[in-house]
Design a protein around this ligand. Sequence first.
Ligand code: ASP
Length: 366
Amino acid sequence: MTRLHLFASTIVVFLAGPALVSTPSAQAAAGQAQVAAADGQDAPLPKVFLFATGGTISNKVGGRLTVEELIAAIPNLDRRVRAAGEQFANASSSSLTLEQWLDLSRRINAKFRSDPELAGVVVTSGTDTLEELAYFLHLTVRDERPVVVVGSMRNPSTLGYEGQANLEDAFRAAADPASRGMGTVVVLNDEINSAREVTKTDALSLDTFQSGRYGVLGVVDSAGVAYYRRTVRRHSAQSEFDVTSIKSLPRVDVAWVYQGATGDVIKALVDAGAKGVIVAGAGAGALSGDQGQGIAYATGKGVFVVTTTRTGAGRIAVRSGRGRAGGPVYRISGDDLTPIKARILLMLAIATSDDGAVIQRMFSEY
Ligand code: ASP
Protein backbone atom coordinates (compact mmCIF):
# COMPACT_ATOMS: atom_id res chain seq x y z
CA MET A 1 0.00 0.00 0.00
CA THR A 2 1.39 3.38 -0.87
CA ARG A 3 1.88 6.19 1.58
CA LEU A 4 -0.99 8.01 -0.09
CA HIS A 5 -3.37 5.09 0.31
CA LEU A 6 -2.46 4.67 3.94
CA PHE A 7 -3.12 8.34 4.58
CA ALA A 8 -6.41 8.36 2.68
CA SER A 9 -7.64 5.20 4.36
CA THR A 10 -7.88 7.01 7.70
CA ILE A 11 -10.63 9.15 6.18
CA VAL A 12 -13.85 7.20 5.98
CA VAL A 13 -16.13 9.78 4.39
CA PHE A 14 -15.21 13.00 2.74
CA LEU A 15 -16.88 15.75 0.80
CA ALA A 16 -14.21 17.41 -1.24
CA GLY A 17 -14.07 20.03 -3.93
CA PRO A 18 -11.12 21.02 -6.07
CA ALA A 19 -8.16 22.61 -4.29
CA LEU A 20 -8.66 26.34 -4.04
CA VAL A 21 -6.64 29.24 -5.34
CA SER A 22 -6.87 32.78 -4.13
CA THR A 23 -9.29 34.40 -6.52
CA PRO A 24 -11.94 36.32 -4.56
CA SER A 25 -14.57 33.66 -5.28
CA ALA A 26 -12.14 30.89 -4.42
CA GLN A 27 -11.32 32.60 -1.13
CA ALA A 28 -15.01 32.74 -0.35
CA ALA A 29 -15.32 29.07 -1.22
CA ALA A 30 -12.35 28.30 1.01
CA GLY A 31 -14.47 29.34 3.94
CA GLN A 32 -16.90 26.52 3.28
CA ALA A 33 -15.62 23.60 5.26
CA GLN A 34 -15.13 20.33 3.47
CA VAL A 35 -15.96 17.71 5.99
CA ALA A 36 -14.28 14.48 6.91
CA ALA A 37 -16.20 12.12 9.13
CA ALA A 38 -13.64 9.62 10.27
CA ASP A 39 -15.27 8.65 13.52
CA GLY A 40 -18.89 9.53 13.03
CA GLN A 41 -18.34 13.14 14.11
CA ASP A 42 -17.98 15.93 11.62
CA ALA A 43 -14.49 17.34 11.72
CA PRO A 44 -13.34 19.92 9.23
CA LEU A 45 -10.19 19.10 7.30
CA PRO A 46 -7.21 21.21 8.31
CA LYS A 47 -6.76 24.39 6.31
CA VAL A 48 -3.36 25.07 4.74
CA PHE A 49 -2.38 28.06 2.63
CA LEU A 50 0.41 27.90 0.03
CA PHE A 51 2.51 30.90 -0.98
CA ALA A 52 4.34 29.92 -4.17
CA THR A 53 7.55 31.84 -4.87
CA GLY A 54 9.14 29.81 -7.68
CA GLY A 55 12.37 27.79 -7.78
CA THR A 56 13.19 24.45 -9.36
CA ILE A 57 10.04 22.87 -7.87
CA SER A 58 8.00 24.85 -10.41
CA ASN A 59 10.59 25.45 -13.14
CA LYS A 60 9.59 23.15 -15.98
CA VAL A 61 10.86 23.37 -19.55
CA GLY A 62 8.83 26.02 -21.37
CA GLY A 63 7.60 27.90 -18.29
CA ARG A 64 7.01 27.74 -14.56
CA LEU A 65 4.21 25.84 -12.85
CA THR A 66 1.66 28.14 -11.26
CA VAL A 67 0.38 27.78 -7.71
CA GLU A 68 -2.81 26.26 -9.13
CA GLU A 69 -0.80 23.66 -11.06
CA LEU A 70 1.36 22.84 -8.02
CA ILE A 71 -1.73 22.19 -5.89
CA ALA A 72 -3.55 20.29 -8.62
CA ALA A 73 -0.56 18.00 -9.18
CA ILE A 74 -0.86 16.37 -5.74
CA PRO A 75 -3.28 13.44 -6.02
CA ASN A 76 -6.24 13.60 -3.64
CA LEU A 77 -4.86 16.54 -1.69
CA ASP A 78 -8.41 17.75 -1.16
CA ARG A 79 -9.16 14.61 0.85
CA ARG A 80 -6.61 15.62 3.44
CA VAL A 81 -6.54 19.40 3.63
CA ARG A 82 -8.48 22.42 2.57
CA ALA A 83 -5.77 23.86 0.35
CA ALA A 84 -5.69 27.37 -1.02
CA GLY A 85 -2.81 29.37 -2.40
CA GLU A 86 -1.48 32.47 -4.01
CA GLN A 87 1.27 33.16 -6.50
CA PHE A 88 3.58 35.41 -4.48
CA ALA A 89 6.39 35.27 -7.06
CA ASN A 90 7.68 32.82 -9.64
CA ALA A 91 11.43 33.29 -9.67
CA SER A 92 14.65 31.69 -8.48
CA SER A 93 15.30 32.00 -4.75
CA SER A 94 18.39 34.17 -5.16
CA SER A 95 16.52 36.71 -7.30
CA LEU A 96 13.93 37.49 -4.63
CA THR A 97 14.64 40.86 -2.99
CA LEU A 98 14.81 41.62 0.72
CA GLU A 99 11.75 43.84 0.19
CA GLN A 100 9.91 40.75 -1.12
CA TRP A 101 10.99 38.84 2.00
CA LEU A 102 9.52 41.57 4.20
CA ASP A 103 6.35 41.58 2.13
CA LEU A 104 6.03 37.78 2.29
CA SER A 105 6.49 37.77 6.06
CA ARG A 106 3.83 40.48 6.44
CA ARG A 107 1.46 38.52 4.21
CA ILE A 108 1.94 35.32 6.23
CA ASN A 109 1.47 37.18 9.53
CA ALA A 110 -1.69 38.79 8.15
CA LYS A 111 -2.99 35.46 6.88
CA PHE A 112 -2.57 33.86 10.33
CA ARG A 113 -4.17 36.87 12.04
CA SER A 114 -7.18 36.92 9.74
CA ASP A 115 -7.82 33.18 9.73
CA PRO A 116 -7.90 31.46 13.12
CA GLU A 117 -8.92 28.25 11.36
CA LEU A 118 -5.68 28.08 9.38
CA ALA A 119 -3.50 25.16 10.55
CA GLY A 120 -0.32 26.23 8.81
CA VAL A 121 1.34 27.83 5.82
CA VAL A 122 3.49 26.27 3.09
CA VAL A 123 6.00 28.32 1.09
CA THR A 124 7.60 26.93 -2.07
CA SER A 125 11.09 28.26 -2.74
CA GLY A 126 14.14 27.65 -4.84
CA THR A 127 16.64 25.69 -2.84
CA ASP A 128 19.76 27.83 -3.39
CA THR A 129 19.00 30.43 -0.73
CA LEU A 130 16.01 28.62 0.81
CA GLU A 131 17.68 28.37 4.22
CA GLU A 132 18.01 32.18 4.34
CA LEU A 133 14.34 32.85 3.57
CA ALA A 134 13.33 30.09 6.00
CA TYR A 135 15.38 31.55 8.87
CA PHE A 136 14.02 35.02 8.11
CA LEU A 137 10.45 33.67 8.38
CA HIS A 138 11.40 31.70 11.54
CA LEU A 139 12.32 35.02 13.18
CA THR A 140 9.53 37.20 11.81
CA VAL A 141 6.32 35.16 11.53
CA ARG A 142 4.99 35.63 15.04
CA ASP A 143 2.56 32.78 15.43
CA GLU A 144 2.54 29.33 16.99
CA ARG A 145 1.32 27.81 13.74
CA PRO A 146 3.98 26.40 11.43
CA VAL A 147 5.46 27.75 8.24
CA VAL A 148 6.81 24.92 6.10
CA VAL A 149 9.30 25.89 3.39
CA VAL A 150 9.70 23.37 0.59
CA GLY A 151 11.51 23.01 -2.72
CA SER A 152 12.95 20.31 -4.91
CA MET A 153 16.28 19.50 -6.46
CA ARG A 154 14.88 18.13 -9.72
CA ASN A 155 12.56 20.13 -11.92
CA PRO A 156 9.14 18.98 -13.18
CA SER A 157 10.59 18.15 -16.62
CA THR A 158 13.19 15.77 -15.14
CA LEU A 159 12.87 12.02 -14.51
CA GLY A 160 12.57 11.44 -10.79
CA TYR A 161 11.10 14.90 -10.05
CA GLU A 162 10.57 14.84 -6.29
CA GLY A 163 8.68 18.12 -6.04
CA GLN A 164 5.22 16.55 -5.76
CA ALA A 165 6.30 14.23 -2.95
CA ASN A 166 8.05 17.07 -1.13
CA LEU A 167 5.04 19.35 -1.51
CA GLU A 168 2.69 16.64 -0.27
CA ASP A 169 4.96 16.17 2.76
CA ALA A 170 4.96 19.92 3.32
CA PHE A 171 1.16 20.06 3.32
CA ARG A 172 1.04 17.18 5.77
CA ALA A 173 3.57 18.83 8.08
CA ALA A 174 1.73 22.17 7.91
CA ALA A 175 -1.60 20.47 8.69
CA ASP A 176 -0.28 18.44 11.62
CA PRO A 177 -0.91 19.85 15.13
CA ALA A 178 2.50 18.48 16.21
CA SER A 179 4.12 21.16 14.05
CA ARG A 180 2.73 23.96 16.23
CA GLY A 181 5.49 25.76 18.08
CA MET A 182 8.22 24.45 15.79
CA GLY A 183 8.52 27.79 13.98
CA THR A 184 9.54 27.65 10.36
CA VAL A 185 10.66 24.22 9.23
CA VAL A 186 12.17 23.00 5.98
CA VAL A 187 10.71 19.83 4.46
CA LEU A 188 12.48 17.95 1.67
CA ASN A 189 13.38 14.32 1.18
CA ASP A 190 10.88 13.16 3.84
CA GLU A 191 12.79 15.06 6.55
CA ILE A 192 11.82 18.02 8.72
CA ASN A 193 14.65 20.38 9.65
CA SER A 194 14.61 23.57 11.69
CA ALA A 195 15.09 26.74 9.66
CA ARG A 196 17.67 27.84 12.24
CA GLU A 197 19.91 24.84 11.72
CA VAL A 198 19.45 23.63 8.17
CA THR A 199 21.93 24.23 5.35
CA LYS A 200 22.09 23.21 1.72
CA THR A 201 25.19 21.03 1.76
CA ASP A 202 25.40 19.64 -1.77
CA ALA A 203 24.91 21.35 -5.13
CA LEU A 204 22.99 18.43 -6.65
CA SER A 205 22.07 15.70 -4.17
CA LEU A 206 18.42 15.14 -3.21
CA ASP A 207 19.69 14.69 0.34
CA THR A 208 21.21 18.16 0.33
CA PHE A 209 19.42 19.76 3.32
CA GLN A 210 21.20 18.86 6.54
CA SER A 211 21.27 20.18 10.10
CA GLY A 212 24.83 19.12 10.83
CA ARG A 213 25.41 17.55 14.20
CA TYR A 214 21.98 18.57 15.47
CA GLY A 215 20.11 16.39 12.97
CA VAL A 216 16.51 16.44 11.83
CA LEU A 217 13.59 17.60 13.98
CA GLY A 218 11.44 14.84 12.58
CA VAL A 219 10.25 12.92 9.56
CA VAL A 220 7.25 12.63 7.27
CA ASP A 221 6.66 9.00 6.36
CA SER A 222 3.88 6.72 5.23
CA ALA A 223 2.34 6.72 8.71
CA GLY A 224 2.38 10.49 9.17
CA VAL A 225 4.42 13.25 10.76
CA ALA A 226 6.72 12.43 13.69
CA TYR A 227 8.92 14.82 15.69
CA TYR A 228 11.82 13.76 17.92
CA ARG A 229 13.13 17.07 19.25
CA ARG A 230 12.58 20.84 19.13
CA THR A 231 14.90 23.83 19.09
CA VAL A 232 15.01 25.81 22.32
CA ARG A 233 16.13 29.17 20.89
CA ARG A 234 13.55 31.96 20.55
CA HIS A 235 11.54 32.12 17.34
CA SER A 236 8.10 32.74 15.82
CA ALA A 237 5.52 33.47 18.55
CA GLN A 238 8.34 34.32 21.01
CA SER A 239 10.15 36.59 18.56
CA GLU A 240 10.53 40.34 19.14
CA PHE A 241 11.10 41.06 15.43
CA ASP A 242 8.01 42.84 14.15
CA VAL A 243 8.26 43.39 10.41
CA THR A 244 5.23 45.66 10.35
CA SER A 245 7.52 48.34 11.74
CA ILE A 246 10.59 47.46 9.62
CA LYS A 247 10.40 49.35 6.35
CA SER A 248 13.71 48.11 4.91
CA LEU A 249 16.56 45.92 6.10
CA PRO A 250 19.95 47.49 6.75
CA ARG A 251 22.92 46.47 4.61
CA VAL A 252 24.91 43.66 6.22
CA ASP A 253 27.76 41.93 4.37
CA VAL A 254 29.87 38.85 4.99
CA ALA A 255 33.70 38.94 4.97
CA TRP A 256 35.51 35.62 4.78
CA VAL A 257 38.74 34.88 6.56
CA TYR A 258 41.38 33.16 4.44
CA GLN A 259 45.14 33.07 4.56
CA GLY A 260 46.59 36.54 4.00
CA ALA A 261 43.14 38.20 3.71
CA THR A 262 43.21 41.99 3.70
CA GLY A 263 41.37 44.45 5.92
CA ASP A 264 40.74 46.81 3.00
CA VAL A 265 37.86 44.56 1.90
CA ILE A 266 36.13 45.21 5.24
CA LYS A 267 36.90 48.94 4.95
CA ALA A 268 35.38 48.93 1.45
CA LEU A 269 32.19 47.33 2.77
CA VAL A 270 31.91 50.00 5.46
CA ASP A 271 32.57 52.79 2.95
CA ALA A 272 29.89 51.28 0.69
CA GLY A 273 27.34 51.67 3.49
CA ALA A 274 27.34 48.40 5.42
CA LYS A 275 25.78 48.82 8.88
CA GLY A 276 27.02 45.40 9.91
CA VAL A 277 29.72 42.95 8.87
CA ILE A 278 29.69 39.22 9.56
CA VAL A 279 33.19 37.81 9.82
CA ALA A 280 33.29 34.18 8.72
CA GLY A 281 36.28 33.42 10.89
CA ALA A 282 38.79 30.60 10.71
CA GLY A 283 38.31 27.95 13.38
CA ALA A 284 36.95 29.57 16.52
CA GLY A 285 36.86 32.99 14.87
CA ALA A 286 40.49 33.74 14.00
CA LEU A 287 41.39 36.47 11.52
CA SER A 288 44.23 36.51 9.00
CA GLY A 289 46.43 39.10 7.29
CA ASP A 290 45.57 42.63 8.38
CA GLN A 291 41.82 42.04 8.73
CA GLY A 292 42.05 43.32 12.32
CA GLN A 293 42.69 46.81 10.92
CA GLY A 294 39.56 46.56 8.79
CA ILE A 295 37.53 45.54 11.81
CA ALA A 296 38.93 48.41 13.89
CA TYR A 297 37.94 50.78 11.06
CA ALA A 298 34.42 49.31 11.03
CA THR A 299 33.82 49.50 14.78
CA GLY A 300 35.32 53.00 14.84
CA LYS A 301 32.53 54.02 12.46
CA GLY A 302 29.83 52.38 14.59
CA VAL A 303 29.46 49.33 12.37
CA PHE A 304 28.57 46.09 14.18
CA VAL A 305 31.00 43.23 13.55
CA VAL A 306 29.81 39.72 14.34
CA THR A 307 32.28 36.86 14.63
CA THR A 308 31.16 33.48 13.32
CA THR A 309 33.03 30.42 12.14
CA ARG A 310 33.55 29.38 8.54
CA THR A 311 33.81 25.72 9.66
CA GLY A 312 30.04 25.23 9.51
CA ALA A 313 29.56 24.23 13.15
CA GLY A 314 30.63 25.17 16.65
CA ARG A 315 29.94 28.09 18.95
CA ILE A 316 31.59 31.47 19.14
CA ALA A 317 30.76 32.26 22.75
CA VAL A 318 30.48 35.71 24.33
CA ARG A 319 33.87 36.55 25.81
CA SER A 320 33.61 37.55 29.43
CA GLY A 321 34.81 41.07 30.01
CA ARG A 322 33.84 42.35 26.57
CA GLY A 323 32.24 45.78 26.86
CA ARG A 324 33.14 46.01 30.56
CA ALA A 325 34.65 49.45 30.05
CA GLY A 326 31.07 50.66 29.70
CA GLY A 327 31.48 51.99 26.18
CA PRO A 328 29.27 50.98 23.27
CA VAL A 329 29.61 47.37 22.12
CA TYR A 330 30.34 46.85 18.42
CA ARG A 331 31.99 43.41 18.51
CA ILE A 332 29.39 40.66 18.78
CA SER A 333 29.81 36.90 19.16
CA GLY A 334 27.72 35.01 16.63
CA ASP A 335 27.08 31.91 18.75
CA ASP A 336 26.63 28.84 16.54
CA LEU A 337 24.91 30.51 13.60
CA THR A 338 26.47 30.02 10.19
CA PRO A 339 27.72 33.28 8.67
CA ILE A 340 24.70 33.34 6.33
CA LYS A 341 22.18 32.86 9.15
CA ALA A 342 24.05 35.37 11.35
CA ARG A 343 23.57 37.93 8.57
CA ILE A 344 19.78 37.46 8.71
CA LEU A 345 19.70 37.91 12.48
CA LEU A 346 22.02 40.95 12.36
CA MET A 347 19.84 42.66 9.73
CA LEU A 348 16.79 42.23 11.94
CA ALA A 349 18.74 43.14 15.09
CA ILE A 350 20.05 46.42 13.64
CA ALA A 351 16.59 47.22 12.28
CA THR A 352 15.30 46.82 15.85
CA SER A 353 18.06 48.28 18.05
CA ASP A 354 21.24 50.36 17.85
CA ASP A 355 22.55 49.07 21.18
CA GLY A 356 25.32 46.49 20.82
CA ALA A 357 24.53 44.93 24.20
CA VAL A 358 20.96 44.32 23.05
CA ILE A 359 22.21 42.89 19.76
CA GLN A 360 24.57 40.56 21.64
CA ARG A 361 21.64 39.46 23.79
CA MET A 362 19.72 38.65 20.61
CA PHE A 363 22.58 36.46 19.35
CA SER A 364 22.51 34.59 22.63
CA GLU A 365 18.74 34.10 22.59
CA TYR A 366 17.76 33.38 18.95
N1 ASP B 1 18.06 27.97 -8.92
C1 ASP B 1 17.05 27.40 -8.10
C2 ASP B 1 16.60 28.40 -7.07
O1 ASP B 1 17.17 28.52 -6.00
C3 ASP B 1 17.50 26.16 -7.46
C4 ASP B 1 16.43 25.32 -6.88
O2 ASP B 1 15.28 25.70 -6.75
O3 ASP B 1 16.74 24.19 -6.53
O4 ASP B 1 15.63 29.05 -7.30
